[in-house]
Design a protein. Structure first.
Length: 133
């Protein structure tokens, strides 16, 4: 894949390829890509570990069985693909607080960053689930 001047991959080419993969998934498998159900399934699998009888009684988990399926594996592929992309482009670096956050709130605000990231993710997941996605 062609790299941009800053070492990252072209967002236009990556977006176009993602669109082609999305179309092919509907044509070949008859399924749309999604992510939020995978998080719920993961929570169900974790809960099954501690109390399988409770999960078996929940109406939601009767409809959405907590299991590893193509969508769950797709999410693992996103994480691995993002990691490979960052490493091969030379842009990967571990940091607890991103530069933009550190400029605004200070580099010592790791706890604040974690709290905001957690609640931001929770709100996004809630919205996605509310919309049926």
């Amino acid at each position: 894949m062609k790299q941009t001047d800053n070492g990252g991959w072209s967002p236009y080419l990556a977006g176009a390829l993602a669109g082609v993969v999305g179309i092919l998934s509907v044509v070949i498998a008859g399924k749309y890509f999604g992510a939020s159900t995978s998080f719920v399934r993961t929570a169900g699998m974790i809960e099954q570990f501690f109390g399988p009888e409770r999960v078996a009684q929940m109406d939601y988990f009767i409809r959405v069985v907590p299991k590893i399926d193509w969508q769950w594996m797709f999410m693992i592929g996103i994480v691995l693909g993002a990691f490979i992309s960052a490493v091969t482009s030379g842009s990967f670096k571990l940091q607890a607080v991103p530069d933009m956050w550190a400029e605004r709130f200070g580099a010592q605000s790791v706890g604040k960053r974690a709290i905001f990231a957690f609640f931001g993710g929770a709100v996004a997941l809630f919205g996605a689930r509310l919309a049926g996605g």
